[in-house]
Ligand binder design. Sequence first.
Ligand SMILES: C[S@@+](CC[C@H](N)C(=O)[O-])C[C@H]1O[C@@H](n2cnc3c(N)ncnc32)[C@H](O)[C@@H]1O
Length: 274
Amino acid sequence: MPLNAATFDWVRQLVHRESAIVLQPGKEYLVEARLLPVAQKMGLSGVPELVEKVRSRPDPAAMRRIVEALTTNETSWFRDGDPFTALTSTVLPSLVAARGPAERLRIWSAACSSGQEPYTIAMLLQDALPSAATRVQITATDLSSQMVERTRAGRFSQLEVNRGLPAPMLVRHFTRAGSEWEIAPALRRMVTASQANLAAPLAVLGPFDVVYLRNVLIYFDLPTKQAILRRVAKVMRPDGWLFLGAAETTLGVDDSWERVVLGRSSAYRPLKGA
Ligand SMILES: C[S@@+](CC[C@H](N)C(=O)[O-])C[C@H]1O[C@@H](n2cnc3c(N)ncnc32)[C@H](O)[C@@H]1O
């Protein structure tokens, strides 16, 4: 049976307030499916009981669990390919030429999920541009503390490594850890993972040379997308590069970016004076 309107509405408002994620009407079944395990872990019989409990006695930890359960953490290695190959073919070489030899290069994976995106970047750099890789620092953030923990751990199931990771890279950069695969320590050291809510002011982050803000804007409404793009611009270097997901764009959202075609993919750069 779907959730009743009042229960769904309470969850919808909580999730929007805490993460800016929009749950459209019709997502009642998603809420039910994602929150049932949360309710059961708390010894409750169902989602209505969970909502009633948290509603009558606000419990920040339970609220956080509810919000995290409603994030979609779908990801894979080299997702869409081109935004990653463009990094080593064009973006990094141009940044290396523009910066001093000892200057750090900072890359932000701004909704990193379980870590495939930041570690894709780390592997690519180590393989294609080893001399630049030593200067690169990758910051990985996500709203979900579970995803941040997973990124820190750098461990992946067989099913996860099967999704887009070329076999030679698996052999080169991972070791077996029981039934899982663990990323090499040198690559893990390139990535610093922490929690950050894109929908709230960004604490001491940046300045970044490259930002991967991929497959997350799709969950937000227009004012939130605009606010996030403005916030991201503030933590980027003026000649930095922004990569969005294949279904995302700044066009018609925030006109302070220039779209640059990079082979079969595109990136966005802050417009001067915007
Ligand atoms: C679909 S995944 C995308 C992962 C990766 N960037 C990719 O393209 O494969 C979206 C991620 O955004 C995170 N997320 C959702 N709302 C967020 C917010 N307000 N602030 C930060 N991260 C958020 C989710 O927890 C989830 O891990």
